[in-house]
Design a binder for this molecule. Structure first.
Ligand code: GDP
Length: 439
């Protein structure tokens, strides 16, 4: 189902790692550079997940085709793998050939795990820091020969497969579906929207009773064949009214719904306007870093002139400053106005929530931003930004390496975030910056 490709220049320990992962000695390890080998596929298993591993070590002997071969094996990995382990030698620093491989990998949509090999003991782990500058995220210190660090690496890869954040088709169908939660204070129309979505679309499995808590999930399929799960926390359709009448339960319900969802629909009642409790509930979704769409319901119930949608938008932007990235939809569960656009919107923000930005393009964006607006200074010392890299998705999280994090000003951080948003479509998802020191 899943394929992991191991890439890297010759003699960094790809085959040793391959053997370590597949647990046999099928690959022929040869220390003499340039021995022609076939690329090798093997099945492997970790933490109960099965996958295939490719050792892309097919390097040919001749020197002039050498560069081409390195590029080709990396390209092959990008094409055939769901995740890529890029192996480098921790004792050699970044070589020209490493850069060559990295350059091809930057184009990859698949996640790349940078394994810094030959680090046989903890004292050598500092050697990983040089490799941050490849812009491929946090490097993993490993020793393919002794096995150190390989378990952590595989844990992360397999976890990402399970969570659907690596490429490929997930083990369980359910993991592929977008999970939607509808939250909002009582009577904004959550159950009406819920029922409408289920009714208007092809309802697949209804009423899967949650085992551990009072949750009922329903699934539906839109006309494009995309499958969605909506969690009906504490029974939006049931007589939840009494329970929900206190703020405490409304919040609890929202929290439960948010916990298991990818995309949160924050429902507001157009006929009553924005209230404090709306803000409170919406705030929960941001804290958890979920993708958010603001749904203004009962749009049929208000007197509209040509400006009201614009006015309402301005009001929302003013009141929900912390959700400035969330798209706003104006719907009516009563007339079904624009409800058919909800699945499409959910897919869009879910994609943005999981989007990966190539480090080379990200770094160019940061460089451009700094050129446009110089970094802040403090006590005569200027903030220096070395490089940035996306270290996680859902929500997209960027590590920004600087000379001294103390020199970062929140307004400059905000500026960098805005520049990132300007260059990439992160509508509907929070993004996070982690400012880290790099000597
Ligand atoms: P919940 O408590 O958030 O689940 O809200 P409900 O879905 O139970 O809706 C509360 C009330 O608002 C009900 O009387 C609905 O009929 C009404 N309602 C829901 N959606 C709309 C809408 O789009 N327009 C109008 N005019 N009324 C609505």
């Amino acid at each position: 189902k899943y394929t992991i490709a191991i890439v890297g220049r010759p003699n960094v320990g790809k085959s040793t790692l391959f053997n370590r992962i597949v647990g046999t000695r099928k690959a022929i390890v040869n220390d003499i550079s340039g021995v022609t080998r076939d690329r090798l596929y093997e099945k492997a298993e970790w933490n109960g997940s099965e996958f295939s591993v490719i050792d892309t070590g097919g390097i040919s002997a001749s020197n002039d085709v050498f560069i081409k071969e390195i590029k080709e094996q990396a390209e092959l990995a990008i094409k055939e793998a769901d995740a890529i382990i890029f192996v480098v030698d921790g004792h050699n620093g970044i070589t020209k050939d490493d850069q060559l491989v990295a350059k091809v990998l930057y184009r990859s949509k698949q996640p790349i795990y940078l394994a810094v090999n030959h680090l046989d003991n903890i004292e050598q782990h500092d050697l990983i820091y040089d490799f941050y500058s490849l812009g491929l995220g946090d490097p993993y210190p490993i020793s393919a020969v002794h096995g150190n660090g390989v378990a952590d690496l595989l844990d992360d890869i397999v976890d990402a497969f399970k969570n659907g954040t690596n490429g490929g088709v997930s083990d369980q169908d359910q993991e592929d579906q977008i999970k939607i939660a509808i939250i909002g204070r009582p009577n904004v129309g959550k159950s009406s929207i819920f029922n409408s979505l289920i009714k208007r679309n092809r309802s697949i499995v209804s009423d899967i009773q949650g085992t551990t808590r009072d949750t009922v999930d329903s699934q539906f399929e839109d006309n494009q064949g995309n499958v969605f799960t909506i969690s009906d926390t504490a029974g939006i359709r049931k007589s939840g009214k009494v329970i929900e009448s206190t703020e405490k339960y409304a919040v609890l319900r929202a929290q439960m719904a948010i916990e298991s969802a990818d995309v949160i629909l924050v429902v507001i009642d157009a006929s009553t306007g924005i209230q404090d409790q709306d803000k409170h509930i919406a705030g929960l979704a941001t804290e958890e870093g979920r993708a958010v769409v603001i749904v203004v319901n009962k749009w049929d119930a208000i007197e509209k002139d040509n400006y009201s949608m614009k006015q309402f938008t301005e009001q929302i932007r003013e009141e929900f400053k912390f959700l400035d990235y969330a798209p706003i939809m104006f719907v009516s569960a009563k007339t079904n106005q624009r409800l058919d656009q909800i699945p499409e919107m959910a897919i869009k923000v879910d994609n943005n929530h999981k989007m990966r930005i190539q480090s080379s393009i990200l770094n160019q964006t940061i460089l451009d931003a700094i050129a446009l607006h110089p970094t802040p200074t403090k006590n005569g010392k200027r903030l220096r930004v070395y490089y940035a890299t996306e270290v996680a998705v859902a929500p997209p999280t960027f590590a920004i390496f600087v000379n001294d994090p103390e020199l970062m000003h929140f307004s400059y951080e905000r500026y960098l975030e805005n520049q990132i948003r300007k260059n990439f479509d992160f509508a509907g998802t929070p993004i996070r910056l982690r400012i880290r020191a790099r000597k």
